[in-house]
Design a protein around this ligand. Sequence first.
Ligand code: GP9
Ligand code: MN
Length: 729
Amino acid sequence: MTQKIKNIFGKLRLPTFLNTRLGLFFTLLILLWAKTIFAYFVEFNLGVENLMQYVILFINPIASSLLILGLALYIRSKKLSYITMMTIYSLLVLLLFSNAVYYREFTDFITINTMLGAGKVASGLGESALRLFRPYDLIYILDIPFFILALATKKIKMQEKPVKARYSLAFSAIAVLVFTGNLNLAESERPGLLTRTFSREYLVKFLGINAFTVYDGVQTYQTNQIKAEASENDLLAVENYVDEHYAAPDESMFGIAEGRNVIYVHLESFQQFLIDYSLVDEEGVAHEVTPFLNSLYTDQSTYSFDNFFHQVNAGKTSDAETLMENSLFGLSQGSLFTQSGSTNTFQAAPDILGQTAGYTSAVFHGNSGNFWNRNETYKSFGYDYFFDENYYDVTDDNSFQYGLHDKPFFEQSAQYLEQLQQPFYTKFLAVSNHYPYSDISSEESGFPRATTDDETINGYFATANYLDTAVEEFFNYLKASGLYDNSIIILYGDHYGISNSRNQDLAELVGETSSSWNNFDNAQMQRVPYMIHIPGETGGYVNHTYSGQVDALPTLMHLLGIDTSNYLMLGQDLFSREREELVAFRNGSFITPEYTSYNGLTYYNENGRIVTSAQTAIQDQLEILQNKVNLQLSISDQINNGDLLRFYSDSGLTPIDTDDYSYLRQVQQMQDITAELGDASTSLLSLNGGESTSDLYDSKTYQDYHPVEVAEETTDSSQVDEAEEPVTE
Ligand code: GP9
Ligand code: MN
C-alpha cells in the first residue's frame, strides 16, 4: 500500500522548506488564509462597504489561525507535534468548509447551538444536502489527504528538532497583537460589535469564522450555565408577580377586533415627536413630515397613545419585538434574540394566536434573516413564515446596509400576504428610516433636509417622510384588496431615531433651547407612536395613559377577545381601568404622569424641575415606584435568563418544537396548504378566484408625487451622510 502511494507521488519534487516544522507550519497557515479569503468572496455575502473593511477582512483570518495552529509548535515530540498540527489544520478547514456549505442553504453561519443539533440539520436537509456540494469544494479539502500521505510516505520529512520555545512564544504574541489590532479596527468600524452581536455576518466580517465560533461558544456556555441552575421553583415568584400585577380588560373593549387579521407595521426609529410635526425649510415654508400617519393618528377608527414609551436597550429593534410580542423585557446586556432566541421557550403572540384561535403567522423583513438571529428566534415565537431578503428582489439601487427600502418592501410583500390563510397575524418590519438617514435614492429625494450641525438629524425627516408614504401606499393596497376591512392594523415606533447624544442639536427644532436641554428632555424624547387602527370603529381617540411596549401584548390579546390571565405577561392592558401608570426603562429609570426619574435624577413632569432630597414624602413615594420598577425588570430577567417558561404549563399551550418550522421553501408550503384546503382555503388569493392582487398595488416615487417641487430643487449631492456610527445608534 505505502509502496503504491509512493509510486503515485513518484518523482514529485516538493520544496525542501516543507521538511522543516516551521516550513510546513507557514505553508498550512498561508493555505488556511487563502481558503478563508476565497470563502469570504465566493461563498459569503458579507456586505463589505469600504476599504477599511477590506483591510479587516484580509487580516482577520491570520490572527486566530496563527494562534491556534501555533499550539502545535510548542510540542517537542516530533510525531505528536506533526499530528497535532495536521489535526488542528484539518479541524479549522472543516469549520470553514462546513460554514461555506451551510451558508449555501441557510444564508447563515453555524452556531454552537446548530452544531449541538447537527443531526437535526442534516436530517432536515435530507437528500438536498448533496445538492449543496460543488465541484470546486475539492479546493477546500484536497490538500489534507495530500499532506497526510506525503508525511506518511516521508515525501515530506518530519524534522526531529523542535521549534525553539521563544519562537513559538513570539508567534503567539504576534497573534495576540494582530488580534487586538483587528478588534480595535473592528470596534471603530462597528461600535458595539461584541456587546450587541446583532448579526453573525458582521461578526464574521470583522473577526473571522474562528473567532466568531469561539465567541459564540463562550456565550452559549454562559447562557446555558444560568439555565442549568434554574428550576421550576423559580416560577413561584414570577407567578405571584403576574397575578398581583394582572389588569382585567375593560369590557367595552374586550373582543372588539375578534377574529380579525392582525397587521403590525413596525415604524423603524420613529419617535412620537414626528407626529404632527412640520419641518420649516430655509425659505420658511413648513413641510408636514408624515401627513398620512398624522391623519391616522386622529382618525375615528384609531386608538392612539401619546404617552407611550419604548423600553429597549442594546437589542434595539429585537428588544422592541421581544417587548411587543412577549410582554417581557429584553436583557440588561446584549439581545435576548441573539443570546437565547434559538433555545428559550417563549409564549409569544403568534404562538398564542396560532394555538388558541387558528391564526397563521408571518413576518416580513427585507434584510438578512440572521440579523438579530431572527431566523431562529421567530421559530421559537411560533411564526409559521418569515419572509426575509431571500424572498425579495433586492438590488444595490433599492436597498441599503439594513436591507430593502420600504416602498418596494411593502409592495413586494403583497404576493406573499395574499397567500396566507386568514385570519393571519403579520408583522412588517420597515427599515428605511434607520440611521444614517441618507437619501433613499435620487428619485426619492426632494423632501427638505433640516439644517442643524448634525447631518444625522438633518436627514431624519426625509426618511420619515418616505416611510410615511410607503405606509400610505400599503394602506391603499389593503383597502383595494379588501383585506383592510377585516383587519386590525397596529403601528408602533421601535425606539428613538435620534440618540440622546444628538438631542442638543435637535432642541431648537422641537421648540427648546440646546443650552437648557437636560436628561428630563432626553427622557421625554423616548416616546414612540402606538396606534391601533380598527377599520369600522368610530370611537377612536388619543389616549394619554403612561405606558410602554411591554403593555402591547395584553392590550392586543384583549381586543382580540383572548383571555390573558393564564399567561405570564409583565405588562398591562392599556384600556384596563386597573392599570398603573408606571413605565420602566430597561436601565431602571422610570416615568409616571407626575415624575420622570432618568439616569439618577427625578423631575416633576409639570415643570421639569428636580425633586430634591429634602422633599421626603415624595422621596418615599419615589422609592416605592423604584422598587416596583426593579421588581418588574428582575422578574423579566428571571424568566429570560432561567428560561422559566419551559417549566410553565398553566397556559395550556403545547410547547413549540422549532424543528417543525422551516423558512426555506415557504411559497411551496403555502401552495400545498391552499391545495389541501381546496374550497375551504381562506387566503385572499383563493377568495379572489386564484387571481393575484399584486396589480392593485400602486407605488410611486417622491418625484412622481411632487413633480414641480423636485424640478425646482436641483439635486444636491452633498446630502449623503457618511458620519461614523456612534455606539448608541
Ligand atoms: C435590521 C433592523 C435594524 O434588520 O431591524 O435593527 P436596529 O439596528 O434598529 O436594532
Ligand atoms: Mn430599530
